[in-house]
Design a protein around this ligand. Structure first.
Ligand SMILES: [Zn+2]
Length: 88
């Protein structure tokens, strides 16, 4: 199943967004994106009692999603997708 570019009608090719060579570390042999989109939440309080109450009432902490991408083979437009939640 191929997707069509919303800008020019060209074929969209899926890929990854990566910072290989910029951040150091081992290269991921599975070619997974090393970039994440972070939905900012409320930082956990350093006060243990406040931290527990944050957990009880369900205050959301940061959520991270692996940043994947796709590129149009005709015009080169790139779209990012962040649908896979990951732990950071
Ligand atoms: Zn296009």
């Amino acid at each position: 199943m191929s997707q069509v570019c919303s800008k020019c009608g060209g074929t969209i090719i899926p890929g990854i967004a990566t910072a290989i060579g910029l951040l150091g570390g081992a290269v991921d042999t599975h070619h997974e994106s090393r970039l994440v989109f972070v939905q900012k939440g409320v930082p956990t309080s350093a006060n243990p009692i406040k931290a527990i109450s944050q957990g009880i009432v369900g205050v959301s902490s940061d959520k991270a999603y692996r940043l994947n991408a796709s590129r149009c083979s005709s015009c080169g437009a790139v779209e990012f997708h962040a649908d896979e939640e990951v732990r950071i």
